[in-house]
Design a protein around this ligand. Structure first.
Ligand code: SF4
Length: 456
């Protein structure tokens, strides 16, 4: 295995895009140039890559966009890291640019808001699930849009397939969340997410950070952004934004409170010398960065891919924190992996480096059970691809299901899932067995509801 420092995407890699052959490093590293040249549809993508890919590929993209639940947005940085000679298999393209030819029939239990964030909302855009933690959705836009976003119901602009719920970055809406947090002294930890904190203006970073840090019982805040993976130059050239973040970090330290950045790298190819410069700058400022990654089929569903990613992140002082299963979001079937595959990968990842640089492999339970270690299932029937978890500290009397992708199940059971009558029989049988294990428990409403909606 190569040294983590051996490949950090150095050089002027963007010049391989014909239209950017003459773009200087200064231009490319300017976050405003990146924003101005971001791609939001095929019309803006085609002129950049039409000499590198086939017409069939571009038509495949257009049909993929038409069917997708997420809008398209790609920064020039991300476009430059895609191997346009083999875009069909490129791990970065697969995350952000849909192809109609990749679409797989969704598992019937996939839904638009699998985490039940709207059901569990304490205020508009505020989820209170764990006793001491809230999720504060500050905005609904991002510098790029991931095809597998768990918040597909809200993030980004409307698509032909989905009308989104809006979480505008407005302080009147935020005020209701602040008031809720202030009046709930058990809350110590706030995740500021969205959307993406890169999309907040410096004065908004300041407003949210100061407001939260002045609440006596708040001890930890985290700014969530994928920006470091898709637009790292913002840290180097958006001086006002970095200053605002740094000031909040200092304010936290003055008050003996923790401020951190949580980011989202999925593949080693997302890490370049620009990433290194950005992360070094954050390190100089004493800003802690942790990574949350998602196992995605065709992107990083191998031990080697995750080991490489974690080596490089650790090398750059980013702590690998969570390795998520892909959430059960509609439209993501082609990217999902089975729980068994994740268990096998984890076995090969653990022990390759220090424990504190090894992410915990988790499934964020559909129905709002929170994050659970993938190994902590109560029952896992590998034939039908269904596992059942409990979350005693979140929803004590509930059970939660994770469904493997249909492609990972043998045809006999796959067809049963797709046939509502056979599905009813199969699920009823499992439920009976299940109730025998814990007859005094109830099934979680969202799972039952979904089953019922699907005719079970
Ligand atoms: S950056 Fe995060 S919030 Fe934005 S689309 Fe990707 S996963 Fe969703």
């Amino acid at each position: 295995m190569e040294c983590a420092s051996a490949y950090l995407g150095a050089g002027e890699f963007w010049r391989k895009i014909p239209a950017w052959n003459g773009v200087s490093a200064n231009q490319f590293n300017d976050h405003l140039w990146q924003e101005r040249n971001s791609v939001i549809n095929l019309k803006t993508l085609a002129p950049l890559v039409s000499k590198l890919v086939s017409q069939e590929f571009l038509e495949d993209v257009q049909q993929g966009i038409n069917a997708g639940q997420m809008a398209v947005r790609l920064t020039p940085y991300i476009i430059s890291l895609i191997d346009w000679g083999r875009p069909e298999t490129d791990p970065i393209r697969k995350q952000f640019l849909p192809l109609a030819s990749e679409i797989e029939t969704d598992h019937p239990l996939l839904v638009m808001d699998p985490m039940s964030e709207q059901v569990d909302a304490a205020a508009p855009g505020l989820t209170h699930r764990y006793r001491d933690r809230v999720l504060f959705l500050a905005t609904d836009t991002c510098p790029v849009y991931c095809k597998y976003c768990t918040r597909s119901y809200a993030v980004g602009t409307n698509t032909k397939a989905v009308s989104k719920i809006s979480f505008n970055p407005r302080s009147p809406r935020w005020e209701r969340s602040f008031e809720y947090i202030e009046t709930h002294p058990a809350i110590e930890d706030v995740v500021i997410s969205g959307g993406d904190c890169y999309r907040l203006k410096p004065e908004q970073i300041t407003l949210i950070g100061e407001r939260l840090l002045q609440i006596p019982h708040i001890r930890r805040i985290r700014f969530a952004t994928k920006g470091l993976a898709v637009l790292p130059m913002k840290i180097l050239t958006d001086v006002a934004w970095l200053k605002a973040l740094s000031r909040i970090n200092e304010l936290g330290r003055e008050r003996y409170k923790t401020v951190a950045v949580h980011t989202h790298f999925n593949h080693k190819n997302e890490i370049t010398s620009i990433t290194e410069a950005a992360l070094n700058r954050l390190f100089e400022l004493g800003i802690v960065v942790r990574n949350q990654s998602v196992i995605l089929s065709g992107v990083n569903n191998s031990a080697e891919a995750i080991i490489d990613l974690n080596y490089r992140l650790s090398y750059l002082n980013v702590r690998p924190y969570y390795q998520f299963m892909c959430d059960m979001v509609q439209g993501t079937e082609n990217l999902r992996t089975s729980l068994q595959e994740a268990v096998e990968i984890e076995k090969l990842v653990r022990g390759t480096t220090s424990g504190y640089n090894t992410p915990l492999f988790v499934v964020d339970l559909a129905g709002g059970g929170g994050k659970r270690d993938i190994h902590s299932y109560e029952i896992y029937d590998r034939d039908i691809g269904l596992s059942i978890f409990k979350a005693p500290n979140v929803k004590k009397d509930s059970y939660f299901f994770y469904c493997d992708p249909l492609r990972s199940i043998e045809p006999y059971f796959r067809n049963m899932w797709l046939d509502s009558r056979k599905r009813q029989y199969m699920m009823s049988s499992l439920l009976r067995e299940f109730k025998g294990v814990a007859s005094n428990q109830r099934l979680h409403y969202s799972v039952l509801g979904n089953l019922m909606r699907n005719g079970i």
